[in-house]
Design a protein around this ligand. Structure first.
Ligand code: DAT
Ligand code: MG
Length: 140
């Protein structure tokens, strides 16, 4: 549907490295619309909701700690097939093997940390998008 929406997060590594503009430029250059945007310092409660599917995995606690390590940007991008399209722009989870041309492939690398630091999050399904948009924009 043409008004499909996805939740994008620019993670603390992306904000620290001054890549907010670069990430948003790629979303806009692809032709999607940014329809909501906020910068925040997430708290543990919001991150535990956001990453509940990963609870119990070895990288879960490092992931939450990493996401608490600095401010993040949350945005809603909109457009036909944007969920799939932003995942394609982001590239594979592991930045070492993410294809050049993608956000993760061009801008991130293995830092030797317990959790992969890969600049962005993007919702992976319509159900995830609805749930995650509610977490970050529900009360706003
Ligand atoms: P994605 O962000 O590509 O949807 P995911 O939802 O499986 O990936 O995992 C969430 C984040 O956790 C991911 O962006 C980076 C980190 N991560 C995932 N798998 C990992 C692993 N095996 N080791 C370390 N960190 C991992
Ligand atoms: Mg995911």
């Amino acid at each position: 549907m043409s008004n499909e929406r996805t939740l994008v997060l620019i993670k603390p590594d992306g904000v620290r490295r001054a890549l907010i503009g670069e990430v948003i430029s790629r979303i806009e250059a692809k032709g999607y619309s940014v329809v909501a945007l906020r910068m925040l310092s997430a708290d543990r409660a919001i991150l535990e909701r956001h990453y509940e599917e990963h609870k119990g995995k070895p990288f879960y606690e490092p992931l939450v700690e990493f996401m608490l390590s600095g401010p993040i940007v949350a945005l809603i991008a909109e457009g036909n097939r944007v969920i799939e399209g932003f995942r394609s722009l982001a590239g594979a989870t592991d930045p070492t093997v993410a294809a050049p041309g993608t956000i993760r492939g061009d801008l991130a690398r293995d830092q030797g940390t317990k959790v992969v630091q890969n600049i962005v999050h993007g919702s992976d399904s319509p159900e995830s998008a609805a749930r995650e948009i509610e977490i970050f924009f529900g009360g706003k």
